[in-house]
Design a protein. Sequence first.
Length: 241
Amino acid sequence: MVQMVKYNERRRTGGFLVKDVKDVNEGLRFEKRAKRRKTNRVLNVLITIVVLLIGFFSWKLFFSNNTTSQPVASESKPAESTNDSNKNEVPINENDEQENQSQEVSEEEEDNDSETLESESKENETITDGDPESNIIRTIENSSWKPIGTHQSEPHTVVYDDGSVDRKEMERAVSYAIGIDQSNLIYWWFSRNGDNKVAATISTSDKTQVYRVYIDWIPEEGWKPVKIEELRENDAPSFQG
């Protein structure tokens, strides 16, 4: 009797029990929920990636804008930056200007002294003809020659190095004795002629006139010309070599 009832129930439900139908429906719902969960997880992961990418590029753009804007800010205030740099350089520039001014003053004084000494050197000349067999055409001495002055301190030591203070003062003394500007002279040779005594072989720029000038050091007063020899030929080792 019981079996007949179950059979009839199966026939009414198309061969399945109502309970079986519910189980099937619940299985389908579970599968749908599982699919939705997977879909939601995938969507959440994608959203997270997109947010991270947006944040990364925003950060990159923000800092790149800051770095590019810094030069513009510095360019917009050139006066302040230059003023700051000038403030830092003021002591150096002031010292340089003072040194340049003192150097210009000393050069002007030297030029003025040279002009005065040159005018005085034309007086009291004694000219002696040289031996025709020698290289000396004539010898010139002048009692009005004076020391040219000096910036050096005692005790004095002769320094032949080109560009040294002593060498420059020697060249100025030679120019003063000859009466020709230094720019128009070639200094071929400086040699020792005794203690604090020097003989300089020079020529004009065109090498047509050659001289040997003897100068002596006067303590605290500088180099003083004592004699000039006008030469027939340039016998300086540097010229001969």
